[in-house]
Design a binder for this molecule. Structure first.
Ligand code: ADP
Ligand code: MG
Length: 314
């Protein structure tokens, strides 16, 4: 392709909200063999919502939600945000004599006023959070977080978590003072176009893969919904780049599509890194392409544009 053709293609991309950082990236995209998608915020909407909160101890529901939300209050994780929102809503609705006006006053003056003081807050990547409330340790996260802290998961709780995961939800386990006190189920719906894009990639000879830090069962349920058979789950934040390298063996051209801080090493490791425009700045910096419309169809647009620019029609 001539420099003019590259310039024209870059302009066409920009007009469609596909920002391409340089002619090399534009050229590499025509040869993409594998596209590795991050799950949360890339294939899914990244709008986690608590759908279930089950208390397994004798504890009052409001008290349970207060403990969990307080523990998560210092976390930046989307799961933490979902939990805080749910607990806030519960307390808001739970206010016995609240009139419409009373509720809005409460929201303004005491939005998160019901949160408890915590000490020694720690966020454990790929696991969850822990801290102390009233001198007792609280753990909020996945099975690994609990078992690594010697908290046993009773079989009826395990069964409940498995059911959540089989319906594509993430189970968040909560232990207080070394006892499992409850479980939350969080759902994050797929983007509307996700399944069509996966199918479209396969039609043009590109292999779709999903990578996530989430557990195997949830990952597989989501992958099934979106039509991806090759899943890499329970990948630690640092491990996503290794997944990219494993597909690059034999010289295959690999693209990564992601939105999070966690994804930036993989975006940099990929031959073609594509960041979701709504993603974090670090991901956008690490990528070769930025998909400004936040629409996964633009992954196909990007490959098409490169193929049309660099493939001679005979
Ligand atoms: P993802 O690739 O889905 O962004 P992360 O590495 O951020 O994954 O998290 C992996 C898993 O660790 C989550 O699915 C969840 O089970 C657990 N986890 C991480 N942070 C939190 C948190 N703040 N609260 C509860 N669970 C968490
Ligand atoms: Mg993500």
């Amino acid at each position: 392709a001539t420099p003019t053709a590259v310039m024209v293609a870059t302009g066409v991309g920009a007009n469609n909200g596909v920002l391409i950082k340089g002619g090399d990236a534009l050229e590499r995209a025509q040869k993409i063999k594998h596209v590795v998608f991050d799950k949360t915020g890339t294939l899914t909407q990244g709008k986690a919502t608590v759908t279930t909160a089950k208390v397994f101890s004798g504890m009052d529901r409001g008290e349970f939600l207060t403990l969990v939300a307080s523990a998560e209050a210092s976390s930046e994780h989307p799961l933490a945000k979902a939990i805080l929102e749910y607990a806030r809503h519960f307390h808001f609705l739970d206010e016995p004599n609240a009139t419409k006006d009373g509720q809005s006053n409460r929201m303004e003056s005491n939005f998160f006023g019901w949160l408890l003081d915590v000490s020694d807050f720690t966020a454990v990547p790929g696991r969850g959070v822990h801290c102390f409330i009233d001198g007792k340790q609280i753990l909020v996260g996945n099975r690994k977080l609990l078992t690594e802290n010697q908290v046993a998961i009773p079989s009826h709780v395990e069964k409940f978590v498995v059911e959540l995961e089989e319906s594509a939800r993430t189970g968040i386990l909560v232990a207080y003072d070394n006892n499992l006190i409850g479980v939350l189920g969080v759902a994050d719906p797929l983007k509307r176009e996700a399944a069509v894009v996966v199918e479209g990639l396969m039609k043009i000879g590109v292999n779709p893969i999903m990578v996530t830090g989430d557990n195997w069962r949830t990952a597989q349920a989501v992958a099934k919904e979106v039509g991806i058979t090759d899943v890499r789950a329970e990948v630690m934040p640092a491990g996503k780049a290794d997944v990219i390298h494993s597909f690059q063996k034999g010289g295959s051209v690999v693209a990564m599509v992601g939105d999070g801080i966690n994804d930036s090493p993989a975006l940099a490791a990929a031959d073609v890194g594509m960041a979701i425009g709504a993603g974090t700045d670090i991901a956008i910096e690490a990528a070769d392409y930025v998909l400004m419309r936040n629409n996964l169809e633009d992954v196909i647009t990007a490959i098409d544009l490169s193929r049309k620019t660099f493939t001679r029609i005979r």
